[in-house]
Design a protein. Structure first.
Lengths: 142, 142
């Protein structure tokens, strides 16, 4: 496996060189700093990344709404960043956070409230850790 | 926040309906089942997802090589899947795995071996948990 000087620098260097995709985004995984549970997977553009670093609160870029978004700005369910890490090729970020309330817009602590299970060749989901911490109809009403 | 019957079913139902993007991929986060450390972020196409479910070993789709890829097929550093979860809108998968050896092609256990740190407005990376478990030049040589 050969690698260019650029790849070597990106993987082994200490320069912050986020590798944005064609849409200008990197993937961000947020985990609960206390439990290690994966809370959500979302995206950051350059501005979201800079605001997250500058403020210590998680900012994302919503692809569906095409808008910068401070986590918790509607719900109050903010994320305080405890640690922020970059992956090898600098196109994914891992943040360990203190989650206020629930991370998921459905009201659950984590977006990953269903297990994938397969029996007899049929794949289904089943609920796990799916208790709601809030009622989305109350929080996001217009 | 209104939601269509399709959105409701995708978020609250128990049907397995992976929401592939325009390239036919979902995002997959792999964490170490024992420690909760995020090992890597990668992608799965329909085939990788089905093979992972069927075999209990992680398969991915490499965007750079445009190829299906069994994790560890070159290095021997396979991932045994302990639990597999789907996120709310079914476009991201979380797998908890037993990692044989190292997850990262650079030889580290995790791809997230650098912290993002900011001082005086300058953002830099610093190594953390960056010990190599193998020498990539030895493992991937042709």
């Amino acid at each position: 496996m050969s690698s260019s000087p650029e790849t070597k620098e990106r993987e082994e260097g200490l320069s912050f060189q986020p590798n944005f995709d064609a849409s200008g985004l990197v993937t961000c995984v947020a985990t609960d700093a206390a439990t290690g549970v994966v809370l959500m997977v979302a995206h950051m553009n350059d501005e979201a990344l800079r605001k997250t670093i500058a403020t210590g609160e998680a900012w994302y870029f919503s692809r569906s709404r095409n808008a910068l978004w401070r986590k918790g700005e509607s719900s109050g369910h903010t994320q305080r960043v405890i640690e922020m890490r970059m992956d090898c090729d600098q196109d994914a970020i891992w943040i360990r956070v203190e989650q206020t309330g629930a991370a998921c817009h459905t009201g659950r602590k984590s977006c990953f409230y269903r297990k994938i299970e397969s029996t007899d060749g049929t794949t289904r989901l089943s609920f796990i850790d799916a208790d709601r911490l809030f009622d989305p109809a109350q929080i996001y009403r217009k």
